[in-house]
Write a protein that binds this ligand. Structure first.
Ligand SMILES: Cc1cc2nc3c(=O)[nH]c(=O)nc-3n(C[C@H](O)[C@H](O)[C@H](O)COP(=O)(O)O)c2cc1C
Length: 191
């Protein structure tokens, strides 16, 4: 296969059939302006040849990291099929239209949560969060819950993929696709 997105689709479909929960979970690693890496799971909500999209609070730790340094890494690991995909690329904010399109599909409680949660900031007490939820629930009682300006998505545009398959005796298969001006170059790595 010469197109890494096609190979991603093949593996992702298999993971969706076999993985017990969250086949769409991926680890996103960012690096702060001080050079401190940090990782967390998010859900893949959309992908195409343009890239891999997740949604979040843009004022969160990851959002701040990306604003300072758009270079990120993604990691999918599916135990059920013994495969890992690593992706490296640049994160770009998605359009407001795409963020709105996805936000509308979320349950009302999640929409209120997006307004109420100051993601990644210190939470002095759970009460404070509950109060914020009640506040925004009352604010939006009689009107559609719009998308908060600090809630959006990032599209990771890949420049490198590594497809890893577990093989006996740790002699795993590793296939890399690396983008250059001629397109995707592919090669294997020692396990
Ligand atoms: C399976 C799973 C899926 C998650 N999906 C998301 C998501 O799509 N967006 C999000 O903002 N946080 C998601 N989270 C929470 C993040 O891991 C993380 O706690 C949060 O985004 C704050 O991260 P930050 O402080 O590094 O910015 C998910 C957590 C798990 C375990």
């Amino acid at each position: 296969m010469t197109d890494p997105f096609d190979l991603f689709t093949l593996w992702f479909k298999e993971a969706c059939l076999r993985e017990e929960s969250y086949p769409d979970a991926m680890c996103v690693s960012t690096v702060s302006k001080e050079g401190q890496p940090s990782s967390r799971q998010v859900l893949l909500k959309h992908y195409s040849h343009e890239g891999f999209v997740f949604f979040t609070n843009t004022q969160s730790r990851k959002g701040k990291d990306i604003a300072d340094n758009p270079n990120v890494a993604l990691n999918f690991y599916w135990k059920s099929i013994k495969r890992q995909i690593r992706i490296e690329g640049e994160a770009h904010r998605v359009s407001d239209a795409l963020a709105n399109e996805y936000f509308i599909t979320r349950p009302g409680e999640s929409k209120i949560g997006a307004w109420a949660s100051k993601q990644s900031k210190i939470l002095p007490s759970r009460d404070e969060l509950d109060q914020a939820i009640s506040f925004y629930a009352a604010e939006f009682q009689d009107e559609p819950i719009t998308r908060p300006p600090h809630w959006s998505g990032y599209c990771i545009v890949p420049k490198l993929f590594e497809f890893w398959t577990e093989l006996p005796f740790r002699l795993h298969d590793r296939t890399v696709f690396q983008k250059d001006s001629d397109g995707w170059q592919t090669f294997k790595l020692y396990p």
